[in-house]
Write a protein that binds this ligand. Structure first.
Ligand SMILES: [Zn+2]
Length: 139
C-alpha cells in the first residue's frame, strides 16, 4: 500500500491509500477518486509520502528492503521536484505566500522553511508539502 497526498482542483489537499501508483492513475482516470471537501473528481497527486512503519516483526532483510524502497522513493520525489519546480532556497515561505496571494506567477517551487514558517503558512492556508530531503551525495 502507498499513501498519496492528493490535491483537487480547488487545492484541497487530502490523503488516500492505494495498492500502488498505477491503481491511483486508474481510479483517478475513472473519476473514482473524490475530494472529501468539495466532491471534485479532478484530483492529482500533490506529493508522495512514503509509508514508514516501524514493525518489530520484520526480519532485518525485510527492513533493509523497506529502507531501500523508501530511499528509492525519496530519490524519485527529489528528481520529480527538481525537474518540475523552481528552487527558491530559504525564500520558500516568502515565495509560497506571494504565490498564494497572487502577487507573483503561479508556479511550483521548492526550498527550505523553518518549522515556524511552516506553521504560519498552515495557518494562512498556503498549500505546501513537506518531504524528507536527501542530499545529492546520498546516492
Ligand atoms: Zn476539493
Amino acid at each position: 500500500m502507498i499513501v498519496f497526498d492528493l490535491k483537487c482542483r480547488k487545492s484541497h489537499v487530502f490523503e488516500a491509500w492505494f495498492p500502488d501508483s498505477a491503481a491511483f492513475d486508474n481510479q483517478a482516470a475513472a473519476g473514482k477518486v473524490v475530494c472529501p471537501a468539495c466532491g471534485s473528481t479532478k484530483v492529482t497527486k500533490a506529493l508522495m509520502a512514503p509509508n514508514i512503519t516501524a514493525r518489530r516483526d520484520l526480519s532485518s532483510t525485510e527492513q533493509k528492503a523497506a529502507a531501500a524502497a523508501t530511499l528509492t522513493l525519496l530519490k524519485q520525489v527529489r528528481e520529480e521536484v527538481e525537474k518540475n519546480c523552481d528552487y527558491v532556497g530559504d525564500r520558500f515561505a516568502e515565495e509560497a505566500r506571494r504565490i498564494h496571494y497572487g502577487e507573483t506567477t503561479k508556479r511550483n517551487i521548492y526550498g527550505e522553511a523553518t518549522d515556524e514558517q511552516a506553521e504560519e503558512m498552515l495557518e494562512e492556508g498556503v498549500a505546501f508539502g513537506r518531504i524528507p530531503w536527501l542530499r545529492r551525495d546520498d546516492a
